[in-house]
Design a protein around this ligand. Structure first.
Ligand code: GDP
Ligand code: MG
Length: 163
C-alpha cells in the first residue's frame, strides 16, 4: 500500500493546516480507498507521481500532569502505530515547550521513524527557528509554513525517505 504519514504534535501547531495543504482536493481519491471512506482523518497526498496517505490527529492534551501516555488520545496512538513515518510538528512562534519534550520522549520510545518539523516559520530565519529544537534529539528539524506552503515539498520528500 501507500506509505502512511502521521501528523502528531500539540494542539494548535498547525497539523490540520498541513493536512489540508497536503491533501487538498483529493477527497474523491480517498473515498475510493476501501476502509477509509468514512474517516476524515485520512487523506491522500502526492509527491510528483508518488501517492502517500496522511493521517491528521487530534494531538495531545495541553496539560501535562499524569504522564504523556495517559493524555494521548487513543486515536493518536493508533495513528502512530499504523504510520510508516511520524511527522512531529512544533511551533516556531512558541518555540520549545515542556510538552514538546515529553511528546518527543514518547515518540522516540515508539520506535517509529520520526521527522521533526517546525511550522509557522514564514518570514523567519530558518537557521534561527530550528536552533531551539535540536535538543529534542530527533535530528535536523525542517522549517516550514503550512499556511503559506513554504518548505512543505522538501519536508514531505524527507519524510518519505524515512518511510
Ligand atoms: P492543529 O490544532 O495542530 O490542527 O492546528 P491548526 O491547523 O488548527 O492551526 C492552528 C492555528 O495555527 C490556526 O489559527 C492556523 O491558521 C495557524 N497556522 C497553521 N499553520 C500556520 C503557519 O504556517 N503559519 C502561521 N502563522 N499560522 C499557522
Ligand atoms: Mg487539528
Amino acid at each position: 500500500g501507500f506509505p502512511v504519514i502521521a501528523l502528531v504534535g500539540r494542539p494548535n501547531v498547525g497539523k490540520s493546516t498541513l493536512f489540508n495543504r497536503l491533501t487538498r482536493s483529493r477527497d474523491a481519491l480517498v473515498a475510493n480507498l476501501p476502509g477509509l471512506t468514512r474517516d476524515r482523518h485520512y487523506g491522500e497526498g502526492r509527491l510528483g507521481e508518488r501517492p502517500y496517505l496522511v493521517v491528521d490527529t487530534g494531538g495531545f492534551e495541553p496539560v501535562v500532569k499524569e504522564g504523556i501516555v495517559h493524555q494521548m488520545a487513543r486515536q493518536t496512538q493508533q495513528a502512530i502505530d499504523e504510520a510508516d513515518v511520524v511527522v512531529f510538528i512544533v511551533d516556531a512562534r512558541q518555540g520549545m515547550t515542556p510538552q514538546d519534550s515529553l511528546i518527543a520522549d514518547h515518540l522516540r520510545k515508539t520506535g517509529r521513524p520520526l521527522s521533526l518539523v517546525v511550522n509557522k516559520a514564514e518570514g523567519m530565519k530558518h537557521s534561527a527557528v530550528v536552533a531551539d529544537f535540536y535538543e529534542l534529539g530527533l535530528g535536523e528539524p525542517c522549517a516550514i509554513s503550512s499556511a503559506h506552503g513554504e518548505g512543505v515539498r522538501d519536508m514531505i520528500e524527507h519524510a518519505l525517505e524515512l518511510a
